[in-house]
Write a protein that binds this ligand. Structure first.
Ligand SMILES: [Fe+2]
Ligand SMILES: [Fe+2]
Length: 139
């Protein structure tokens, strides 16, 4: 019973991660299009492309664990008055993703899956750094 409960918690967190990845993928696409400079659009593009990769990596882990391929519907993306507010919420979102993904990593048993989470976590830390850089360009 414990195993079943642990596994269902892990699967819940994987679905949550896939939803967050879809959200960020779309949010960053909108931020690329609304970027006040080419330099900023290029910084956001790195994160946008990684989120697409992360979605597929979480989808693969879910499939390995359950035998099922799932898709998460594209969520709504909130609107921002100012570009800098979108950048600030992105910094916080990236740091929260790191917390969630550390929890997911601790629940995974195989080295392959833990290595995948390590790659995703370091990407999110890089995104946070890029958004801090973008924030400094806007000041
Ligand atoms: Fe991501
Ligand atoms: Fe990210």
């Amino acid at each position: 019973m414990d195993n079943y409960d642990d596994n269902s918690k892990l699967l819940d967190l994987l679905r949550e991660a896939m939803k967050d990845e879809r959200h960020d993928y779309l949010k960053y696409k909108m931020m690329m299009e609304a970027a006040p400079s080419r330099e900023i659009a290029d910084q956001v593009r790195f994160a946008h492309e990684d989120e697409g990769k992360h979605y597929r990596m979480f989808q693969k882990i879910y499939k390995d664990l359950t035998g099922r391929t799932i898709e998460i519907p594209i969520p709504q993306v909130e609107k921002y008055e100012n570009y800098i507010d979108a950048v600030k919420s992105s910094i916080n979102g990236e740091l929260e993703a790191v917390e969630l993904y550390r929890d997911i990593r601790s629940m995974l048993n195989s080295k392959k899956h833990r290595d995948m989470l390590f790659e995703i976590i370091t990407d999110e830390q890089e995104h946070a750094t890029r958004f801090v850089y973008v924030f400094s360009m806007l000041k």
